[in-house]
Design a protein around this ligand. Sequence first.
Ligand SMILES: [Zn+2]
Ligand SMILES: [Zn+2]
Length: 185
Amino acid sequence: MKENTKENLKEYKKRYYQENKERLKEINKLNYHKNKDRYNQIGKKYYKEHKEELKIKNKKYREKNKDKIKIRQDNYRDKNRDKINQKRRMNKKKYSKKEKLWKKDNRDKINKSHKKYAKKHPEKIRAMNKARKNIILTKECKCEKCGSKKKLHRHHLNYKEPLNVVILCFKCHKELHRLLKVVTK
Ligand SMILES: [Zn+2]
Ligand SMILES: [Zn+2]
């Protein structure tokens, strides 16, 4: 018989967890749902009391696990697209007024961030400006994918060719970039 040492106990716990992983997860989930409010309260209190410390910890974790976090976020987004869109629509209504005010008060900040972006992606900005000037979107223009005439964008196949664009509605444009992101990953 094995001795009942700390190491053995640890080993035993680990094995027990591995063998009952799914069941334990289920129990945990149930337990959490039952006591959701209480847990939330405890969490909030803990956060308040350890705010600075947690911020630093969080930052370090994020820096260390950048790729992992991104994959997790992308997965979540893919799985919960409808939910996210619904939430976004609701928030949009709620915040559009606030946003307008905020933008008014923070014009300098916004300009600065635009400048920063332009500095980081000069080729992109140049191509976008050139396309905007030269490829005029008329009432006859349609999304080349779905035929919609609403909110048309000029999508660049390559920023080195500013005038080589595909006209897409914002929805198809967004979708395309999402797919491109998946492909290039
Ligand atoms: Zn479209
Ligand atoms: Zn595009």
